[in-house]
Design a protein around this ligand. Structure first.
Ligand SMILES: NC(=O)c1ccc[n+]([C@@H]2O[C@H](COP(=O)([O-])OP(=O)(O)OC[C@H]3O[C@@H](n4cnc5c(N)ncnc54)[C@H](OP(=O)(O)O)[C@@H]3O)[C@@H](O)[C@H]2O)c1
Length: 211
């Protein structure tokens, strides 16, 4: 599958690396192909390609967005046409002062993103845990894989994302439509408060148990 990354920092770089090693063609949507971030990502995995953002997005079937949430309003609109018909994986989180919800709990960042790219199929995923768990999601000693919760309004797009989630070693858990993203964003805040503020392990993840 052709996958592009807009943003390849702490979150995007490990996901891009792992997906390329799984056999996907992964392209960095590079506003500056000579930037430190591009060089670092390619030093880590020389098979990562870099193309200008519009070309990278046009070639891709799936586009990961892993930018600071505040940048989305600047980054996404110029790519909105190129994103038409693509699966847009929203890894971003709107975080406000004091680890609060950055959109005042009223609606989700993912719905705001969908409005910026109305012809893309936005799926929120890879957002609820810290980047440490995207670097390494092996939790030896447990008989279950950790859960990756995701949501979106487009069933086919969610199937595509579920397959990538599973390939990356997570148990995919579809939690519903894009309106559920608000609750995933609160899960993120819970994780961030537990780990970054209260000192729990950054390797803390959740599993879904059923019977
Ligand atoms: N850090 C975590 O543990 C974590 C976990 C889950 C989700 N998230 C969410 O994931 C997103 C990325 O977080 P991160 O920690 O990976 O951030 P990061 O390490 O700072 O990386 C951000 C990436 O976005 C790019 N970027 C920034 N401004 C941009 C712009 N205006 N146009 C195009 N690209 C731009 C940066 O490129 P340059 O390097 O060229 O500036 C960089 O590649 C955030 O929304 C965050 O809330 C973070």
């Amino acid at each position: 599958m052709n996958i592009a990354f807009i943003g390849y920092g702490q979150v995007g770089a490990p996901l891009a690396d792992h997906l390329q090693r799984l056999g996907h063609t992964v392209t960095l949507a590079a506003r500056d192909p000579a930037s430190a971030a591009v060089r670092q990502a390619q030093a880590r995995n020389p098979a990562l390609r870099a193309l200008p953002p519009e070309a990278a997005v046009r070639e891709a079937e799936v586009v990961f967005l892993a930018t600071p949430f505040a940048a989305n309003a600047q980054v996404v609109p110029p790519l909105a046409e190129a994103l038409a018909g693509k699966v847009l994986v929203d890894c971003t989180n709107p975080v406000g002062p004091g680890l609060t919800h950055g959109l005042d709990n009223r609606s989700s960042g993912s719905q705001a993103l969908q409005a910026l790219a109305p012809k893309a199929a936005v799926v929120k995923a890879f957002s609820i845990y810290g980047f440490e768990n995207f670097e390494n999601n092996a939790y030896p000693g447990y008989g279950v894989k950790p859960a990756m919760l995701f949501c979106g309004d487009d069933a086919a797009a969610k199937q595509t994302v579920a397959a990538l989630v599973a390939q990356l070693g997570w148990t995919p858990l579809d939690v519903g439509g894009l309106a559920q993203a608000l609750h995933l964003e609160h899960m993120t805040l819970l994780w961030v408060r537990l780990v970054r503020a209260q000192g729990h392990s950054p390797n803390l993840v959740w599993a879904a148990l059923t019977r």
